[in-house]
Design a protein around this ligand. Sequence first.
Ligand SMILES: C[S@@+](CC[C@H](N)C(=O)[O-])C[C@H]1O[C@@H](n2cnc3c(N)ncnc32)[C@H](O)[C@@H]1O
Length: 221
Amino acid sequence: MKMRATWDALASDPDAYVGDPKRGRMELEGLFERLGADPRGGTCIEVGCGSGRMTAALAERFDQVLALDVSPAMLERARVAVPDERVEFRTVSGERLDGVDDAIADVVVCYLVLQHLPTRATVLAYFSEFARVLAPGGEAFVQLPVFDDGLRPRAWRALRSALVPLTSLGPTRRREFRGYRLTRGELDAGLARVGLRVVATDVGPDAPYRFSRDLFLRLTR
Ligand SMILES: C[S@@+](CC[C@H](N)C(=O)[O-])C[C@H]1O[C@@H](n2cnc3c(N)ncnc32)[C@H](O)[C@@H]1O
């Protein structure tokens, strides 16, 4: 439950929040556009909705939105910000999309979330969950920073993984905020294992993390 405690603590700290609240709609449109998509209608699952920065724009596109987050405090903010009957907000454990039935999502959106998951296993478990909840023909639109290949980045990641758990001076120093990043090779192997196929990708400018670039993925089963 460290993920929940970390994000509950951050919900009331706008300075620690990643993602400009005023840019949510624009970033969502940019995500679809850069991946050559314009999905509308049906059911969308937003994984890690936070304070609802993108949720209102999703509700305008889809018939229903299931907005999930590990943090009840974040969800409370989102409920106030997005009072829309097309949206259902739900808490998840952080390890999986608890209580979400198989094959119900026409679209999954996950943005600025996977970079915060604390281990390789949790990131890959979420991709496995995306595959599970996608309906046949459904697509997932995902942003995550990927780690450069090479000895120096890998050595830095190993050192960081060892040191971060030793420094817990507040929520933004914890592993549950600072996250774990996969290399592109590790990601591709993980996607193949869970049965997700890459339909389109785009690479953003440098991510705000050392040795990393932002990757945007359009995935299907
Ligand atoms: C940086 S915010 C991004 C929120 C939103 N996607 C946006 O772009 O504004 C990260 C969100 O992911 C949530 N989160 C972190 N770990 C999670 C997990 N394992 N499962 C679901 N949500 C998670 C946090 O509570 C937080 O609301």
